[in-house]
Structures are given as structure tokens and as C-alpha cells.
Design a binder for this molecule. Structure first.
Ligand code: NAD
Length: 321
């Protein structure tokens, strides 16, 4: 269903019936992952996101060692909005102490997450970065445990964050499929490796959510955080692309958001935000895309700059603390 041109579009997530705002709120920055953010700033940023039509919020117990969940919970409560008006996803199996996809741990995990989020249920619970666990355990132990949580009404849908090559094994076991940072390729200009998989995922009714459209800060004017695990070659190509845009009066982040958002098979593009200004810019980028279309010329120029590092990724999970 088309949204009015001045409003943030909503897209259905696979066959879940959930309608997500095409720009989703990635809450890892609320755990100070990209630098410190005060609680007041965090609450104001979430409020602005909701005010501007963002209804989808994603977190994990891993982000900031549970801080992201706590702060997001406070911010959502402060909205005073009806619970059914926003969609919350969190994760299980990855913690600051390490990975644990056992049934016992993920069952305990959701209760801890719900307490931190101050919610009775989450809309989506995802196994967080299953490439670090045993696939056998995820399929035969974790997913069945999550199905019990669904029956208990603590979660509505199940998802996974996965690494390329693993996903087909668990595809039949979940409704909402999550993309791991390395494989959001269709959503970031420098990496489009997911593209070939989309028809298959769609044929299974799997919802696709994309994360890190700004490649965790690589595709921003200010550049990535110090801990960013990309190679120096990839970092410098992204920096060159950012400079190129700036010299032409364009903004690399806006271009990147619009690139990711233009793939309509992706239900929501989760971008990490820690300032009201970022919310304004990212929502404006989506509305401008819907009304005026993509900046094809600048996009081609940037793609040419990034060609030598196209689809280059980094070794493993994010070094988030
Ligand atoms: P991202 O690509 O969204 O980049 C975030 C960075 O960009 C932050 O430093 C933020 O301050 C900055 N930023 C945001 N909007 C900006 C703008 N308009 N201009 C300039 N800078 C801007 O990376 P991310 O935060 O890692 O990913 C987004 C979300 O996706 C996460 O918060 C998380 O919810 C989810 N995610 C999940 C997984 C997983 O489950 N495996 C992996 C990565 C991300």
C-alpha cells in the first residue's frame, strides 16, 4: 500500500503482517557503541524518530552490554504511545560475555530483555549472529526454544542474523530473517552480495530487514569509529567517496540511505542514530526518495570510486562494546 508522499513509507515484513517504517531505528548507538550519548539525548532522539513516523526499533542485549535495551525501554515508555503502535525487535545468544545459544540461556534471555525494555512482549526475537554458534544447536535447540516463547506470548516472530552460506539451513525455521552486517550488501553502496538471494528469500515468505546502510560509519562525512574493522583500503575508498560527494554539494549518508531504501524487497533499513539531526536527515532522505527519486548521477560516480573494493567485507562480528 502506497504511503502519502510526505509520510514515511511502511512496508510489510514477509508474511508476518507487520508493517515496518522503511527507515528503522537501530538502537546500538544508545548503548554508546558509537560514542557516548546522554540519556536525555537518547530519549529525545527516540521521541523524534517516533514523531517522524519511525515505528520500528531494534536492539540487542549485546549492544553496550545491555545498556541499549535499558535506554530504549525508557525511551519507549516515555513516548506514552499505545504498545501496538510500535514494533520492537531484540536478540538472544550473543552477550558481552560471549555466545550462548542454549535453550536455557535464550529462554532466560527474553525475560531479562523484557524487564530491561519494560515490555510484556517483543515483536521479533532474533538469534544474534548464528555463525558464531553451532548451526545444529541453533536449528534443533534454539529455534524450538524460541517457538515455545512464541506460544507463551513473549515474542511474536522469530528471526536470525546470519552469515552467508548458513542461512539456507535455518530458512524453514523462522519467519523474519535478519541480515548480518557483512551481508546487507544490497543496502550499502560498497557491498551488494545479498542481491542474488533476495528472490529465494521472497519465495519462502521470509521478511528481509537490512542493517548498517552507512556501513557502520564508513559512509559518513565524519568517517567510522576507531574500532571499525574494515581494511585500510576499504576505509580510504569510502573516505574518497565521501569527499567526492561533499565537493559536489552532496552528502554520502543521504546517498547511501537512498541506495538502500530503493530496494523495495527490503522491508526496513535499520540505521543507527544518536542525534535528532540524524533522524531528521534519514527520514528526509526517505521522503525525498519517494517524491523525487534517486540521484543516479552521483550514485554512479560513487559506485565507480568504490569499484576496487566492491563487496569487500571484514573478518567477523562487529567489535562492539
Ligand atoms: P550504520 O551503518 O547504521 O551506521 C551508524 C553510524 O552512522 C552511527 O555512528 C550514527 O551516528 C551515524 N549516522 C546515522 N545517521 C547519520 C547521518 N544522517 N549522517 C551522518 N552519520 C549518521 O551502523 P549500525 O548502527 O551498526 O547499524 C544499524 C543498526 O542495525 C544497529 O543499530 C543494529 O540495530 C542493527 N545491526 C544489527 C546487526 C546484527 O544483528 N548482526 C549488525 C549490524 C547492525
Amino acid at each position: 500500500m502506497a504511503s502519502p508522499p510526505n509520510m514515511l513509507e511502511r512496508r510489510e515484513l514477509g508474511n508476518t503482517g507487520l508493517k515496518l517504517s522503511c527507515v528503522g531505528f537501530g538502537a546500538s548507538p544508545l548503548g554508546n557503541v558509537f560514542g557516548p550519548i546522554s540519556e536525555d539525548e537518547a530519549l529525545a532522539t527516540v521521541r523524534e524518530a517516533y514523531r517522524r513516523g519511525i515505528n520500528f526499533f531494534d536492539t540487542s542485549p549485546y549492544y553496550g552490554g545491555t545498556l541499549s535495551e535499558k535506554v530504549l525501554g525508557k525511551a519507549l515508555k516515555a513516548l506514552g504511545a499505545p504498545r501496538q503502535d510500535y514494533i520492537v525487535s531484540t536478540k538472544c545468544g550473543r552477550y558481552i560475555e560471549g555466545f550462548d545459544f542454549s535453550a536455557e540461556r535464550v529462554t532466560r534471555s527474553i525475560d531479562e530483555s523484557l524487564a530491561r525494555l519494560q515490555l510484556n512482549y517483543v515483536d521479533i526475537l532474533q538469534c544474534h549472529d548464528i555463525e558464531f554458534g553451532s548451526l545444529d544447536q541453533v536449528v534443533n535447540e534454539t529455534i524450538p526454544a524460541l517457538q515455545k516463547l512464541k506460544e507463551a506470548g513473549k515474542i511474536r516472530f522469530i528471526g536470525v542474523t546470519w552469515t552467508f552460506g548458513f542461512f539456507t539451513f535455518v530458512l524453514g525455521c523462522h519467519l523474519a530473517l535478519w541480515t548480518f552486517c557483512h551481508h546487507i550488501a544490497t543496502t550499502s553502496i560498497n557491498d551488494s552480495t545479498l542481491e542474488d538471494l533476495i528472490p529465494y528469500l521472497k519465495s519462502k515468505g521470509v521478511g528481509i530487514i537490512a542493517a548498517s546502510p552507512l556501513a557502520m560509519g564508513l559512509l559518513t562525512e565524519s568517517g567510522p569509529p576507531e574500532w571499525h574493522p574494515a581494511s585500510p583500503e576499504l576505509k580510504s575508498a569510502c573516505q574518497a567517496a565521501a569527499v567526492h560527494c561533499k565537493e559536489r554539494g552532496k552528502n554520502i549518508s543521504k546517498l547511501s540511505m537512498q541506495y538502500s531504501l530503493s530496494n523495495k524487497d527490503i522491508s526496513s533499513v535499520l540505521v543507527g542514530m544518536n542525534a535528532i539531526r540524524q533522524v531528521e536527515e534519514n527520514v528526509a532522505a526517505a521522503i525525498e526518495l519517494a517524491t523525487a527519486g534517486k540521484d543516479g548521477e552521483t550514485l554512479s560516480e560513487v559506485e565507480a570510486i568504490l569499484k576496487p573494493v566492491k563487496n569487500q567485507t571484514w573478518p567477523s562480528g562487529i567489535q562492539q562494546r
